[in-house]
Design a protein around this ligand. Structure first.
Ligand code: NAD
Length: 322
């Protein structure tokens, strides 16, 4: 990681990925965008038992949508489901136990789900930052297996089901951390050099953004987006980045703030009017990307402010990215 790139990302992140960054951006939001009745629409949220995924599931359930929670741990999933049902008064909340780091489990789940259910929106939210190099039972590096391969298999396996419905969408929760890395396709398993979990995570998040662009190009019937939720106070941040969490705690967004753009992308008519395949940030100025755009983006203009009727759209420059 370049020192300069990291510094730019951190300085702009302090201004824009924090709670105050969210509050400044929220002045331009259009509340009516989220005033949607989701009765009859079905949403799958991976990693829905905590943090951003649970907050997004809650917002969807509150509006009457059917929620399929894809979680690894049955006890935690059922507890979260209970809270969501209680707060939303919506009984259409279902738990599916799947370890997203297991390619076999993800594939088998997606096949059986598609045969028995309808799906309108897939939210790829489950993610991890494992700081030691660990392998899954299938012999894959764990961050890659969870963040990239699990997301890839679930999405591609559900594409036929998504193509059968009206207004299908896929939202992938990436991270602004991906801006610190160019894609490195030569070492997807992080076998070379000293292992760095933060770098592996940033590579995976970059891979999710590029997959989103590729899916959008290949499957025009489906609306794809990737996004950065800002810096939110969630279990992942507390456990995987304890010193960052300790320093930033008072500045971090709430889980609901982190989920806000996910929900907007998943349910609003305004989001569906955006071109498919873009990367969104949850706040207005998207300055880290703007500064990073010398390397990553073809135009110095901001990424779409998701609540404006006439957003500026910035496309990624693939030759620079790759
Ligand atoms: N919180 C932030 O500041 C922040 C910033 C950028 C991106 N993100 C992204 O947001 C997403 C949600 O993270 P969060 O911050 O809410 O943390 P979180 O820990 O609350 O949520 C992560 C979820 O993923 C699930 N998960 C992890 N590995 C899994 C596996 N193998 N199988 C099934 N589920 C698995 C966890 O159980 C949990 O429910 C992640 O993709 C993360 O990378 C978060």
């Amino acid at each position: 990681m370049s020192f300069y790139r990291n510094t730019v990302w951190l300085v702009k992140g302090l201004q824009e990925y924090t709670k105050s960054g969210y509050e400044a951006a929220a002045k331009h939001f259009v509340p009516a965008d989220l005033d949607v009745n989701l009765n009859g629409r079905s949403f799958m949220v991976t990693g829905a038992n905590s943090g951003i995924g649970k907050a997004a599931a809650q917002e969807i359930a509150k509006r009457g949508g059917t929620v399929h929670m894809v979680c690894r741990n049955k006890g935690r999933a059922e507890a979260a489901k209970g809270e969501i049902v209680e707060s939303s008064k919506n009984e259409n909340v279902h738990v599916h136990i799947v370890d997203m780091s297991s390619a076999r489990q993800v594939w088998e789940f997606a096949q059986s789900f598609s045969q028995n259910n309808t799906l309108h929106v897939l939210i790829n939210n489950a993610g991890c930052m494992v700081n030691q190099r660990e392998l899954t039972e299938e012999g894959l590096e764990k961050n890659f297996a969870t963040n990239t391969l699990g997301t890839y298999i679930l999405t591609t396996a559900l594409i036929p089901a998504l193509k059968k419905v009206e207004d299908p969408r896929v939202i992938t929760v990436s991270s602004g951390g991906m801006l610190t890395q160019k894609l490195d396709v030569d070492d997807l398993q992080f076998e070379k050099g000293t292992f760095d979990g933060t770098m592996a995570y940033a590579q995976n998040k970059r891979q999710q953004v590029i997959l989103t662009e590729r899916w959008a190009a290949q499957h025009k019937e489906i609306h794809f987006s990737s996004m950065h939720p800002g810096w939110a106070d969630t279990p992942a941040v507390q456990t995987s980045m304890p010193s960052f969490h300790a320093r930033m705690k008072s500045k971090l967004r709430t889980e609901a703030m982190g989920a806000d753009t996910v929900v907007w992308l998943a349910i609003s008519a305004a989001a569906a009017k955006q071109p498919s395949g873009l990367f969104f940030q949850g706040n207005e100025a998207c300055g880290a990307i703007q500064l990073g755009c010398q390397w990553y983006f073809s135009s110095p203009s901001p990424l779409p402010d998701r609540r404006r009727s006439q957003p500026q759209v910035t496309q990624t420059k693939k030759d620079v990215l790759i």
